[in-house]
Design a protein around this ligand. Structure first.
Ligand SMILES: [Zn+2]
Ligand SMILES: [Zn+2]
Length: 381
């Protein structure tokens, strides 16, 4: 699908005559807002983040901006391709206050001693379907995942047993190559990831035979996960360290589990309560009845009192969903509807006609007959 590129000024939300500082601060705002780590549930965040980076790349460069103003996207000379996150951060590192390398300095955390970051592997995302019973009580699930783990023979370094890691000759072990670029804002030192060592600062003399120097291997494993009671659709649980191991050493990413709640055939969830619609016959409403209704723990007997009006709500205490934060348990609410026959035989008609004029069958609503919404309101107060 071809996408139409948005106007760079629009992307950053600035005026056509905006000056350097305004551009810079607009971009900084966008980058913080759309940072993928801050928006794990929004798959469009990364694209917006990259779009903002591209707009900034052009508008922050006097020549490129002038060409873009004259010729639009054709003349801007923008990289046009989706840059990778690492490059964006190292390119504009000074904006994020990270001294030219990475974003963790800015977002706090992650930076190891001596300024080098501990490399973290990518996160694994899975969806997990749960039925209402599992949601109500919590459950232990065993999930089969394929993930990268550290290569055993080389302990995740990628180097063949016994061979040394050498300091990268290209970057002298810093992991970055720097160049000075001229921008509207003056000279800027632009740092980018060293192409030789991919930012690791070290290169391997001889690759490990097993992983071919990657330092990791794909591995299938079954991970038990304890799902607490009371989770809801789209909630995300995370298991730290159960994601992918990064190439050539570091710490593994996380396993992110997104909950998908499967609808129940009869029972409907409303917060921690469970709603159930029960139709009763006109006779049961008038004379009373004993019924069985489904709950998440199986069938339960309920009593319908004689003279029950349609819309009455019965409450089964503690038959709802356990609260996620441990604040007790919800109830099951049974909403009683009275079934009115759609067709009647001539014999039935005769009986009903006889009752039509009877005083007991004439409505006499008193102050005890509350409307449905009032009843519901009462329950949720
Ligand atoms: Zn290097
Ligand atoms: Zn290996």
């Amino acid at each position: 699908m071809a996408t139409v590129k948005r106007d760079y000024y629009e992307v950053l939300g600035i005026a056509k005559n905006a000056e350097g500082d305004v551009i810079k601060s607009a971009y900084r705002k966008m980058a913080i807002k759309y940072h993928p780590d801050k928006n794990p549930d929004d798959p469009t965040a990364e694209d917006k983040f990259k779009e903002a980076a591209e707009a900034y790349e052009i508008l922050s460069d006097g020549d490129k901006r002038a060409r873009y103003d004259r010729f639009g996207h054709q003349g801007g000379g923008g990289s046009g391709h989706a840059q990778n996150m690492e490059d964006i951060f190292s390119q504009f590192g000074d904006i994020f206050g990270g001294g030219g390398g990475g974003f963790e300095g800015f977002f706090g955390g992650g930076r190891g001693q001596g300024g080098r970051r501990v490399k973290k592997g990518s996160n694994l995302r899975i969806k997990l379907k749960l039925d209402l019973e599992e949601v109500a009580n919590g459950v232990e699930k065993k999930i089969k995942v394929k993930r990268y783990v550290a290569c055993q023979p080389c302990s995740g370094t990628g180097a063949k047993n016994g061979t040394e890691l050498k300091t990268c000759a290209t970057c002298q072990g810093t992991g970055q190559t720097k160049r000075v670029v001229n921008t509207m804002l003056g000279q800027m030192v632009s740092a980018s990831t060293c192409p030789t060592c991919h930012g690791e600062g070290k290169t391997i003399s001889t690759n490990c035979d097993v992983c071919k120097g990657e330092g990791r291997q794909l591995h299938e494993e079954v991970i038990p996960i304890n799902i607490p009671a009371g989770v809801a659709n789209d909630m995300q649980l995370s298991m730290s360290g159960k994601g992918n191991f990064p190439e050539r050493g570091g710490v593994p990413g996380d396993l992110l589990i997104q909950i998908e709640e499967e609808p129940h055939e009869f029972l409907k969830r409303d917060g921690n309560n469970i709603m159930f619609e029960q139709y009763i016959s006109f006779m049961d409403a008038a004379l009373g009845a004993n019924l069985e209704v489904p709950t998440i723990e199986g069938k339960v007997k309920i009593k319908v009192d004689p003279g029950t009006q349609p819309g009455k709500i019965l409450r089964l205490r503690g038959k709802g969903i356990k609260d996620l934060n441990g604040y007790g348990r919800g109830d099951q609410l049974i909403h009683l509807n009275v079934w009115t026959p759609k067709n009647v035989s001539s014999q039935e008609r005769e009986i009903l006609e006889k009752l039509r004029e009877s005083d007991n069958f004439t409505p006499h609503p008193g102050k005890n007959e509350k409307g449905f919404f009032e009843k519901v309101k009462e329950y949720f107060q």
